[in-house]
Write a protein that binds this ligand. Structure first.
Ligand code: CP
Length: 306
């Protein structure tokens, strides 16, 4: 059974076909009205979310189905073996989306489930986001192949999924991640054969920005810790270190790169407030594209399912 916990069990051809399909769906939204008629999906959230929750829910509604939101804290997942709970869920729904703090817990949900499980973002991966990111570049430029995407920030779950997606799709990915180097790349991510493009690290953020077609940033502090007083000291240190890497007009002088951010945005930290709504920003298209990416994932995973 095909799942989407990360891109590991998806070949480059399958990822490319999924992106093609997402682009097709975006251009033919009404074709899929009713495609999920009579079906439900369950969405388990151990962490907060705006886009992941809304886009999966809207995707199911638009396709004639239903998405059930399950708040971890008020469910019975915490009281038992989570694989038993997901096995039960899979007897009532066609697909499970889970946003879990730990990838191992996501894997337990998938282990119990008899229907496909989709990672709605865990500590290690955010595959749904990376599909929407590639879709955004594709819709903007007409292709992703051979283009240069520069990610500036902290090496996180989004980066792991971007490394895989860009390798599969022939994108040049340049990482400006001052807290991490090549050694931070997980073996499972690093071992994917490339369809073209490249993966490299750059220390000079201005140089990287100058040569990028797209420049992308994300929060410097994991969102679950952003307002946590216990994390305040580490957050302050990180901000000091990362402020020279903030995406703003000055940093982008001489660069034609379009600006991306997976949201939620912490304006004044990883990106300046002015840049968010600047004409070169495609941030809201990127967030909008979560809906089309989610639809493609749901339809592909349920293709042929009873
Ligand atoms: N980018 C993203 O996953 O947004 P949410 O955390 O709001 O779902």
């Amino acid at each position: 059974m095909k799942q989407l916990l990360n891109w590991e069990h998806w070949s480059n051809d399958e990822i490319r076909a999924l992106l093609d399909f997402a682009a097709y769906m975006k251009g033919h939204r009404t074709y899929y009205n009713g495609a999920m008629l009579g079906r439900s999906i369950a969405m388990i959230f151990q962490k907060t979310s705006t886009r992941t929750r809304v886009s999966f829910e809207a995707a199911m509604t638009e396709m004639g189905g239903h998405a059930i939101y399950i708040d971890w804290a008020t469910s019975n997942f915490e009281l038992t073996d989570i694989a038993f709970e997901s096995k039960y869920l899979s007897r009532n729904v066609s697909l499970i989306v889970a946003r879990m703090k730990k990838h191992e817990e996501l894997a337990r949900i998938a282990e119990g489930s008899e229907v496909p499980t989709v990672n709605g973002c865990c500590n290690l991966f955010h595959p749904c986001q990376s599909l929407a990111d590639m879709l955004t570049i594709r819709m903007d430029a007409g292709t992703v192949e051979g283009l240069t995407l520069c990610y500036v920030g902290v090496h996180n779950n989004v980066v792991n999924s971007l490394i895989e997606a860009t390798a599969a799709l022939g994108v040049n990915l340049v990482l400006v991640t001052p807290l991490a180097n090549q050694g931070a790349v997980m073996e499972s991510v690093n071992s994917r054969p490339r369809s073209g493009g490249s993966l490299s690290w750059e220390k000079d953020v201005r140089h990287a920005a100058k040569h990028a077609d797209y420049i992308y940033t994300d929060t410097w502090v994991d969102m679950e810790f952003f307002n946590d007083p216990a994390f305040a000291e580490q957050k302050a240190q990180r901000i000091d270190l990362m402020l020279p890497y903030q995406l703003n007009h000055k940093l982008l002088e001489g660069s034609k790169a379009k600006v991306m951010h997976d949201m939620p945005i912490h304006a004044g930290y990883e990106i300046s407030r002015e840049l968010v709504n600047d004409p070169r920003s495609i941030i809201f298209q990127q967030a909008e594209n979560r809906l089309d990416a989610q639809k493609a994932i749901i339809v592909k995973l349920l293709e042929g399912a009873a």
